[in-house]
Design a protein around this ligand. Structure first.
Ligand code: GUN
Ligand code: ZN
Length: 444
């Protein structure tokens, strides 16, 4: 029986979703308490959510209320695609995908063979996620299993849950950065044994992309997935046109890029495909049929010049593809899911498509939780979910404060301003399991 005693009480403007908003103004999808109180149990899960006036009497003596006044309290943000060994690759100049990998990324990732370097970077990485209000992330390690050990160790010590995996790549990369089909399989299996289901951690089988894995290695990735139901799979798909041409050359027998992964059993409801920009109708059909997830990484797609994600095409009602939103640091240029959503809006504008504020905030929270198959654990402010929270300051900067004055009383407009102008400066506090794990210092 979990401990039902109340150990934390958080007051603020609570905002969460119980289903995807149908469009702008669909506040029926929202659970909103303008002056709300959230009570957290000793196990770090939400016990009760409601109006301050109704619940205030439930706060036990000795438990101080964290009062966030006029700030918004949302479920912590979820980043569904980010590279842990690229914190010193972010903002590398002047290259598209394949050159960018060779010139910057494959150099930097070699440093993660050193467990001391990996541990120091894991601490920085977790600090940065929490400073940005991200409480769950799906993470690529380097090829070295010790990079993933360092990352999981750091996350578990802070009470955060990650989904992460060691990159598998056995060709077309420097020798110091390649494994083999056999060692990739063995190291993956060992990591799953050490970490999958330990505390809040989960494993993702992570073949980097089709160019850097032989058929034997993709086969091994498929075997890991089959042998360990419940683990995720993550890789890159259809990001850049030169990449797609190279995949065609390397896998002449495959129908298309998606089919390369399909042949090895890598599609399915726990599979996350980064980018998915240049897909054919047949590829979207297979992603839909298999329940796979297409992950939109707008700041990366703009920065590396990859292309414009086509949300409407992926969302066709007759064959909807599940979608998620992510930063893709270090191809992406921000750790902030707010900034990421703002860039998603701009990419979709260029496609003559829309992203209302409610949909953006839903995507970053409950939507991404659904994409991970974890909506019963994270992504909404409901009893039983982990009390992972982000507290947003609507007046975090002079420009935001000034703009907000013009929309007083209009929550939707306020939220759109928060999404469009917000970033790490908006994050007043972040909670993991009801415990404050980041508190913004003024001027930080
Ligand atoms: N494709 C293969 N590896 C990578 C990577 O590290 N970043 C991005 N954006 N695309 C990739
Ligand atoms: Zn990526």
């Amino acid at each position: 029986m979990p401990d039902q005693s109340i150990t934390a009480a958080i007051r603020g403007r609570l905002l969460s979703f119980h289903r995807p908003p149908a469009g702008p103004g669909d506040f029926d999808a929202v659970r909103h308490h303008e002056d709300g109180l959230l009570l957290v149990g000793a196990d770090g899960r939400i016990l009760e959510v409601g109006d301050w006036a109704d619940l205030r009497g439930r706060v036990p003596e000795g438990v101080a209320v964290d009062d966030h006044g006029g700030k918004l309290v949302l479920p912590g943000f979820i980043d569904t695609h980010i590279h842990f060994p690229q914190t010193q690759v972010i903002a590398s100049y002047g290259a598209q995908l394949l050159d960018w990998l060779e010139k910057y990324t494959f150099i930097e990732e070699q440093r993660f063979a050193d467990p001391v370097h990996a541990a120091a970077n894991a601490a920085f990485f977790m600090d940065e996620l929490l400073r940005n209000g991200t409480t769950t992330a799906v993470v690529y390690g380097s090829v070295h299993p010790q990079s993933v050990d360092a990352l999981f160790t750091e996350a578990e010590s802070r009470g955060a849950g990650l989904i992460a995996g060691k990159v598998m790549m056995d060709r077309h990369a420097p020798a110091a950065l390649t494994d083999t089909a056999e060692s990739g399989y063995r190291d993956g299996k060992d990591l799953i044994g050490r970490w999958h289901g330990k505390g809040r951690q989960r494993y993702a089988v992570t073949p980097r992309f089709a160019i850097t894995s032989t058929e034997a290695q993709l086969e091994a990735a498929g075997a890991l997935l089959r042998e360990h139901p419940g683990v995720h799979m993550q890789t890159h798909l259809s990001e850049n046109t030169d990449e797609i041409a190279e995949v065609r050359r390397l896998f002449p027998g495959a129908r298309d890029y998606t089919d390369v992964y399909d042949r090895f059993g890598l599609l399915g409801p726990t599979s996350l495909f980064g980018h998915c920009i240049h897909l054919s109708e047949a590829e979207m059909g297979r992603l839909s049929e298999s329940g796979s997830v297409a992950v939109f990484c707008p700041t990366s797609n703009l920065f590396i010049g990859s292309g414009l994600f086509d949300l409407d095409a992926l969302s066709m009602p007759q064959r909807p593809v599940r979608t998620a939103l992510a930063t893709d640091v270090g191809g992406g240029t921000s750790y902030s899911m707010l900034r990421t959503a703002a860039e998603a809006y701009k990419v979709l504008q260029l496609r003559r498509q829309n992203l209302p504020a409610l949909s953006a905030l839903h995507w970053m929270t409950r939507g991404n939780a659904e994409a991970l198959g974890m909506a019963d654990e994270i992504g909404s402010l409901e009893p039983g979910r982990w009390a992972d929270l982000v507290v947003l300051d609507p007046a975090a900067t002079p420009a935001m404060r000034h703009r907000m004055k013009a929309v007083e009383g209009n929550l939707e407009e306020e939220l759109f301003i928060q999404v469009t102008l917000g970033d790490d400066r908006s994050v007043a506090a972040t909670y993991l399991r009801g415990r404050n794990s980041h508190l913004r210092q003024s001027g930080a």
